[in-house]
Design a protein around this ligand. Structure first.
Ligand code: GLA
Length: 796
């Protein structure tokens, strides 16, 4: 729709906006050109004059000058089929929210430098307009960095084509495109602000930057970029209170992110920001899942009481996530050091992945209904979308990957990351010739993330990023042979310095020490063009291959594709790339929304790198989100058995932590060098046998955190994996909301507990930062020892 305004109306539109103040200094020619731009700028406005005002007051948020308690919940448009946006927003409204919070993902909106996408799933303005129609305000979080378990935290992959680029900094190679993107966001979403008749009330600058850096000028540049882009509503920063001081602009409103300990966390915010309303900008009802780790559910005793506390205090909040949805396609991210996220982003949110009202939904609605304004009334939830199932069908058309390679491979002396070959997503094949010879060890500089290795077409094994070295044994060859390494990248890391996460096979690749040269590299981007051109034939084959088939429905409805029989790969339905899957779990199904299915025949296609047990698929009425199968893992079913050496050539430091949940930084008298770092708990504050750690960082000589890149858990004496996800990796994934916890459900082994990290190489360590488990006291360590050395652990 295109509305033509008279010049008068256009001028009125801008009344009260920042641009107005410049008018008096302009020539009339300039004024005319700005006004015609204003007509364009205003073309999508639902209302011509702002009907409401929003401000951050001394004690409260103010809507039309009145105290306004923001009851917000996060929903990402990209994670919900566009056809269902209204349904999910109606659900949010019926749950009692008055506002929704929405990240934008830069990489979805700018797939190629300077080429923007705002249509279909990426039509963020339409999402906001529907929210407005449903009576919801919007808090917009446009990035450029989002985190959110989204590929590279929303950063476009093409940034990685620039060697040495410094993400989230003032490096112009990052900042200029970031500003350009924000300008574009302003063009598209600026008209949707409350100041222009829309419903966007606040806009976030960066995201949890305090976790990453301290450069206030960088944050200021982004703030300026938002203002220049036309954002004239209040701006804000959000951070977990413990890192809020890093990179904080003193004149920018601060919001806190936390999932527990409401009073303590708000008290920390208050220290930095003595006045202004209190808002928890991310309050976690559950958590996201990563492959191979138990499914997460939130603790009921944590969720409702904390929400109630915030309501009673008059504080505002945003439930992250109110509705998580699905990270469709290849957009799922990865936690550090390397914990790829599942495609289901159910999050144990009150509105389930498929948009169902969960018990948490009704509890929240019930709670909120006690805090409504006199004129407020909660609408009834909309009817749930129909759910269907279908009986198993066999996918009997096959397109082997090796028979579907592009005609013109890249030629390179040594293998490089796929970004160098112009590819952002999908998978990529590296091929070379190896000489005849005895059995030998193949070793790569690095593998990001899984390299399926074939000699003359026969599968040998998998190079696995989770292993400490990218190594594999090759059999003897009577003659020259063709070596193929098909690399499957998972999502790029979305957190911390590790976000620089190029994908592929990285040189040098050596066979018993001799470097392999002269490679042919085949791009397999798995985009619509590539999968549309695959050559299928009936028959059987071994993986890696695409399997294709059809299922027939009487009527369309939501269903959950049962992937129990399949190995590891990607699934499409009717041309929609739905999800990644992996038989190790925890998710064993993929959500197929009914709006992408139809009555009659539906096409399904599966890329499986490992191969199915049988090529069958069915549609279920319920998802399977929490079923682990470590025995199906091709490489790392269990932690390898190791021998410990905690005495020879070991530096030992003893200490006592402070009680409470605050982050503690411990500096050693002298730095110690070692490839292994062991934290040993001697007892806990509550006298119980448990140890827990939310996060560990090691400090270099300058007191800065050392990158977790290449770190692995070398040994842990106990970790709870049945009652909750207490895996040791949680202590080094950069997230403070989850934690390593020793067993409590079936066993309760006593102290000392030991967590030993393999740092990949010898590091000089001047101290460490310890974040105790948040929310509950149980497991908080009192007396500890730290052991550092090069040989703490060896294979058994
Ligand atoms: C942080 C980030 C979010 C999200 C959550 C975990 O708080 O700000 O984007 O990644 O963690 O889900």
């Amino acid at each position: 729709m295109f509305i033509i305004f008279s010049l008068d109306e256009s001028a009125k539109l801008f009344a009260g906006s920042r641009r107005e103040t410049h008018y008096d200094r302009m020539t009339s020619a300039k004024l005319l050109s700005i006004l015609s731009a204003a007509v364009l700028f205003a073309a999508n406005l639902p209302a011509q004059t702002p009907a409401h005002t929003f401000a951050i007051g001394t004690n409260d948020f103010l809507l039309d000058g009145q105290r306004f308690q923001i009851r917000c919940g996060e929903i990402h448009a990209a994670r919900v089929p566009q056809e269902y946006w209204r349904h999910r927003l109606q659900m949010a409204k019926a749950m009692g929210l008055n506002t929704v919070c929405a990240y934008l993902f830069w990489n979805l909106h700018e797939p190629k430098p300077g080429e923007f996408n705002w249509s279909g799933q990426a039509d963020a303005a339409e999402f906001c307009r529907i929210a407005q129609e449903e009576g919801l305000w919007v808090i917009l979080r446009p990035g450029p960095y989002a985190c959110a378990e989204w590929e590279m935290g929303g950063t476009p992959w093409w940034m990685l084509k620039t060697d040495g680029i410094k993400l989230r900094s003032r490096d112009p190679r990052y900042l200029d495109p970031a500003k350009n993107y924000l300008k574009e966001v302003g063009r598209v979403l600026g008209p949707q602000q409350i100041t222009h008749g829309g419903n966007i009330i606040m806009v976030q600058v960066e995201n949890e930057y305090g976790f990453f850096g301290k450069e206030t000028q960088y944050v200021d540049e982004l703030r300026k970029a938002l203002v220049d882009a036309g954002f004239d509503v209040p701006l804000f920063q959000c951070n977990p209170p413990d890192v809020m001081r890093n990179g904080r602009l003193p004149d920018l409103f601060q919001a806190g992110n936390f999932g527990s300990d409401v009073e303590k966390n708000f008290a920390k915010v208050r220290k930095l920001q003595p006045t202004g309303p209190l808002i928890c900008s991310e309050f976690y009802p559950g958590w996201f899942d990563t492959w191979g780790q138990p499914h997460h559910t939130g603790k009921p005793e944590n969720y409702l009481p904390n929400l109630k506390r915030m309501l009673d205090m008059g504080a505002s909040f945003s439930i992250y996530m109110a509705h998580g949805g699905t990270t469709f396609g290849l957009w799922s991210g990865c936690d550090r050091p390397f914990k790829p996220d599942t495609s289901s982003y159910d999050y144990d949110a009150p509105i389930s992945e498929a948009g169902w009202a969960t018990p948490k939904f009704f509890q929240t609605r019930e709670l909120f209904s006690q805090y409504l304004l006199p004129a407020e009334k909660l609408p009834e939830p909309p009817a749930p979308n129909p759910v269907i199932s279908f009986a198993p069908v066999t996918l009997n058309e096959i397109a082997p990957v090796f028979d579907n390679l592009p005609a013109n491979p890249n030629i390179d002396e040594v293998p490089n990351a796929m970004e160098k070959y112009g590819q952002g997503y999908g998978c990529i094949l590296y091929r070379t010739t190896i000489p005849a010879g005895a059995a030998a060890t193949l070793e790569a500089g690095a593998i990001h993330d899984f390299g399926f290795v074939f000699v003359d077409g026969k599968r040998i094994g998998v190079l696995d990023r989770r292993a400490t070295a990218a190594k594999i044994a090759l059999p003897a060859r009577a003659k020259e042979a063709q070596l193929d390494i098909l690399v499957e990248p998972m999502g790029r890391i979305n957190f911390g310095a590790e976000m620089l996460d190029p994908k592929g096979l990285i040189a040098p690749v050596k066979l018993d020490g001799a470097e392999l040269k002269d490679w042919r590299i085949f791009n397999l981007p798995l985009d619509d063009k590539m999968v549309g051109g695959l050559k299928f034939a009936a028959g059987t084959t071994t993986a890696p291959a695409f399997w294709r088939g059809q299922f027939t429905l009487e009527k369309a409805g939501d269903t959950f594709l049962d992937l129990h029989h399949w190995g590891k790969g990607v699934v499409w339905v009717n041309g929609h790339c739905l999800a990644r899957f992996w038989n190790i779990g925890p998710s064993q199904t993929a959500y197929a929304p009914g709006c992408w299915l139809r009555a009659g025949k539906n096409a399904i296609m599966i890329l499986d790198y490992v191969g199915p047990e049988k090529p069958e698929i069915a549609g279920l009425e319920k998802p399977v989100l929490g079923e682990l199968h470590p025995e199906k893992d091709f490489a790392r079913a269990q932690r390898p058995a190791v021998k410990l050496n905690l005495t020879d050539n070991v530096t030992t430091i003893k200490g006592t932590f402070a009680p409470g949940a605050d982050t503690q930084e411990i500096r050693f008298m002298n730095s110690a060098a070692g490839k292994y770092f062991c934290l040993e708990s001697l007892n806990a504050f509550d006298g119980k046998p448990y140890a827990a750690v939310a996060e560990l960082d090691l400090l270099d000589a300058g007191g800065n955190a050392i990158s977790h890149n290449g770190w692995t858990v070398a040994y842990v004496d106990s970790e709870e994996r049945a009652g909750e996800d207490g895996s040791a990796e949680n202590a080094i994934d950069g997230q403070t909301a989850n934690f390593w916890h020793t067993e409590w459900k079936d066993n309760s082994p006593d102290h000392p507990h030991r967590l030993i990290l393999n740092l990949g190489k010898t590091q000089n360590i001047s101290g460490f930062r310890y974040v105790p488990r948040q929310g509950q006291d149980s497991g908080r360590i009192k007396d500890y020892r730290v052991l550092i050395g090069d040989n703490l652990v060896s294979p058994k």
